[in-house]
Design a protein. Structure first.
Lengths: 156, 119
């Protein structure tokens, strides 16, 4: 199993999640769209697209939840014919992240939700203390994004 | 679950068996609870996800081995048993303590299936 991470504390929880939930793809990203870790992707371009889409879906679903229930929705599931996606926030001391995962008939929504709960707890326990508050979208966002992608795909 | 469903009566019959601590109807493909009747302390969603996955794999294994459809799955653990039986992408799961009467539970689950409990 190949897990590529930008920050080492993410690796073990994500590795266990992928192994236990038997998902095809997993992506951990910042709500801004910056990738932190990935499993299953082979091209940086795919990761970049998935991150951008996941961040946008999460923002839209969150706002929809706030409009309807006064708080963001906890998770989002979309079932395709062969593959399904599950998108959900993960809270840590360093702030909120988003987990995007793709699975097929080898797994199930129930299993993914079950191991997502465990992943959340493990990631929260592994997260180091929160850094100094930074601007929401840093001036060097694009540079950071490219750096993270280069680290994940061995071009760092 | 508080509201009544087409499975409520069947689940209530199973939970009345001695030693049974939970009975559920679970979607086999999703591992999500459709309806349940559980005693306090039974982690319904966790059992449902894992038992549905187990049942599905047992069904596929039996089929791959040329044994036909899996009929009744029984898992024995240190402090209890899990039973599963399925049809139409639904799995009836029963969790019982060791003191439970396996024969009665088995008969009750098979009868519920025959009576169209899972459609």
């Amino acid at each position: 199993m190949t897990i590529a991470v930008v920050e080492p504390w993410v690796e073990e929880p994500l590795k266990r999640f992928v192994s236990e939930a038997r998902v095809l793809l997993a992506l951990l990203l910042h709500p801004s769209g910056q990738v932190l870790a990935q499993h299953g992707f082979t091209r940086a371009m795919d990761v970049m697209s998935a991150c951008a889409l996941a961040a946008a879906i999460h923002a839209s679903a969150g706002e929809l939840g706030r409009q309807l229930e006064g708080k963001p929705f906890a998770g989002l599931h979309h079932a395709g014919r062969e593959r399904q996606i599950f998108l959900a926030p993960v809270a840590t001391a360093r702030g909120q992240y988003i987990l995007l995962t793709v699975f097929d008939r080898e797994s199930s929504l129930g299993l993914v939700q079950l191991y997502y709960g465990e992943f959340q707890a493990r990631l929260a326990a592994a997260a180091p203390a929160a850094p100094e508050p930074a601007v929401v979208l840093a001036e060097n966002f694009e540079g950071e994004l490219n750096r993270n992608l280069a680290v994940l795909f061995g071009r760092g | 679950m508080s509201s009544r469903s087409p499975f409520s009566e069947m689940l209530a019959t199973l939970i009345r068996q001695r030693g049974v601590v939970g009975s559920m109807v679970v979607s086999e493909s999703d591992g999500i609870v459709v309806d349940s009747n559980l005693q306090i302390g039974v982690k319904g969603t966790v059992v449902a996800a894992l038992a549905a996955s187990l049942y599905r794999k047992a069904r596929l294994s039996a089929s791959a081995a040329g044994l036909g459809e899996a009929t009744f799955l029984q898992l024995e653990a240190e402090r209890g048993r899990v039973f599963a039986i399925g049809r139409n992408d639904l799995v009836m799961v029963t969790v019982a303590e060791t003191r439970a009467n396996i024969g009665l539970i088995r008969v009750a689950m098979l009868r519920a299936l025959e009576d169209g409990g899972l459609g």
